[in-house]
Design a protein around this ligand. Structure first.
Ligand code: BES
Ligand code: MN
Ligand code: ZN
Length: 498
């Protein structure tokens, strides 16, 4: 899809389809639509009348206004509701732009002009939101189909109409937004691919091509390297798999002196069967291909960061493996030792993510970074607490917490801060080792965080549990059914704000 900004107003623009963002009111015809209605012979008044369009959020109405043969004339008009002006957020624009693009596709259009009230919010943030909404909202994943209906993919050109502003700057903003979206797309593709396609081996190969294409440094610790580093916790999860574990470390080094050094750590379970504490029937084991969502977010962020080139040194880390069963499997009751020397009594092999993250966090802190953020599809408990769209955030650093919440608001990746209740560590105590790897049902995502906390010494650190938002079963705004790419926009927004 090709995006560009053009200086014109909606009244003068002609092209195949024009989408107008309309605020909610009882009388939409009396406001912004009146001049266009006059220009197109009253067709908008009819459309509003026929569909009872009032500009409510998540509503769309469209009508044909001209003939295909009349090249100079507009052919389709699309109205998209923006809801009440006083409730306007960037997210409204993302959702509305996606709705407009989908409507244009349904009308078999290949060109769309889009006119939203840019003066209501920051004009570049608005432009970015429109491009994100369309690029992410029209995303399709046909990699695993042989019966693709190509005729559904029509939209090729999107023109964002603005009455004023600097077009060169707008073009730059579009380029950067598409770079960000390329990271989201990578994350979506990694998460959605089945676990026989995305494996520790193919994740390592993907990291290698990413490094080569984007000029990132790559380090892969093989099993022997992990053994040498005494990553007994990560390796205990990997030991049942027929595939070798891959500890992946990509680095983005800015050209000048970095203002900050950060590490992003992602949970990278390409499949989670639960291990010997096998997941129950009806427990959605078939969805556990999404258990590398943290890793996907981190590598998606790597792809975007490498193109956006901030003055921050960023390490992208994931201990990648799958949690399987075999005669070599980790047993409930086994005691393993992590690379910081701490011992763990494994009372539940399905609490495997934290075992892999333990060694990844120790590695990250060893790099001497000034902040660590990890993302993980860590607990079902977090989905119970926050639902399927909101990630959970834990940090002891008020500054980092605030930065990440602001990045969430700007980016559109929802995040809610949860209590770092250290007294709950009581249930993680083991009679035989330094700790157990699983507590009880109560506060399950808090106790998971407290387990991870055992592997951080002093570096400011935040943990994000994304078990809910990694995937959507229903089409939601600009997220088609499937992998959402959650975390990429959040991480990149945060890094760009440092
Ligand atoms: N990968 C799962 C968490 C998960 C559950 C992600 C549902 C997405 C949707 C994780 O490894 C896991 O199994 N966690 C256990 C922890 C428990 C054994 C302490 C859980 O949440 O039940
Ligand atoms: Mn598990
Ligand atoms: Zn898991």
């Amino acid at each position: 899809m090709n995006f560009s900004a053009v200086l014109t107003n909606a009244l003068n623009w002609t092209g195949q389809a024009l989408a107008l963002g309309v605020f909610e009111s009882d009388q939409p015809m009396e406001t912004t639509l009146a001049p266009l209605n006059d220009r197109y012979g009253g067709v908008l008044a009819d459309l509003v009348q026929d569909t009872n369009f009032q500009g409510k959020a998540h509503t769309v109405a469209s009508v044909r206004v001209g003939r295909t043969t009349a090249v100079q004339d507009l052919q389709h008009l699309i109205l998209v509701g923006l809801g009440k002006a006083e409730h306007l957020k960037l997210e409204t624009f993302r959702v509305a732009a996606a709705a407009a693009a989908k409507q244009a596709q349904q009308r078999r259009c290949n060109q769309l002009g889009i006119s939203f009230p840019a003066e209501a919010l920051d004009p570049f943030a608005t432009l970015q939101a429109i491009v994100e909404g369309i690029q992410l909202g029209t995303y399709r994943d046909d990699r695993f189909r042989s019966d693709v209906d190509e005729s559904l993919i029509t939209l090729q050109e999107v023109l964002i109409l603005q009455e004023s502003g600097d077009l060169a700057q707008a073009a730059e903003c579009i380029t950067q937004t598409l770079q960000l979206c390329s990271g989201v797309t990578l994350a979506r593709q990694l998460v959605a691919a089945p676990p026989n396609v995305v494996t520790p081996l193919t994740m390592a190969a993907m990291a290698q091509s990413l490094a080569a294409e984007q000029g990132l440094q790559l380090e892969i610790l093989e099993k022997e390297d992990c053994e040498a580093r005494k990553m007994g916790s990560f390796l205990s999860v990997a030991q049942a798999s027929d595939l070798p574990p891959k500890f992946i470390h990509l680095t983005y080094q800015p050209s000048g002196t970095p203002r900050r050094k950060v590490a992003l750590v992602g949970k990278g379970l390409t499949f989670d069967s639960g291990g010997l504490n096998i997941k129950v029937a009806g427990g959605s084991m078939e969805m556990m291909k999404t258990d590398m969502g943290g890793s996907a977010a981190v590598f998606g962020a790597a792809k975007a960061i490498a193109q956006l080139k901030p003055d921050v040194e960023v390490h992208f880390i994931s201990a990648v493996t799958e949690n399987m069963i075999s005669g070599r499997a980790l047993r409930p009751g086994d005691i393993v030792t992590a690379s910081n020397g701490k011992t763990i009594e494994v009372n539940n092999t399905d609490a495997e993510g934290r075992l892999t993250l333990a060694d990844a966090l120790v590695f990250a802190e060893g790099l001497g970074v000034d902040t660590i953020v990890d993302l993980a599809t860590l607990t079902g408990a977090c989905v119970v607490a926050l639902g399927e769209t909101i990630g959970g955030l834990w940090t002891k650093s008020p500054d980092l917490g605030e930065q990440l919440i602001r990045a969430s608001e700007r980016s559109g990746d929802p995040l809610w801060q949860m209590p770092f209740e250290e007294s709950y560590f009581e249930v993680m105590k083991s009679p035989v080792a330094d700790m157990k790897n699983a507590g009880n049902r109560a506060g399950g995502s808090i106790t998971a965080t407290l387990f991870l906390n055992q592997f951080i010494k002093e570096t400011p650190w935040a943990h994000i549990d994304m078990a809910g938002p990694v995937w959507t079963d229903k089409e939601r705004g600009y997220h088609p059914v499937g992998a959402t790419g959650y975390g990429v926009r959040l991480l990149v927004n945060w890094i760009l704000s440092l």
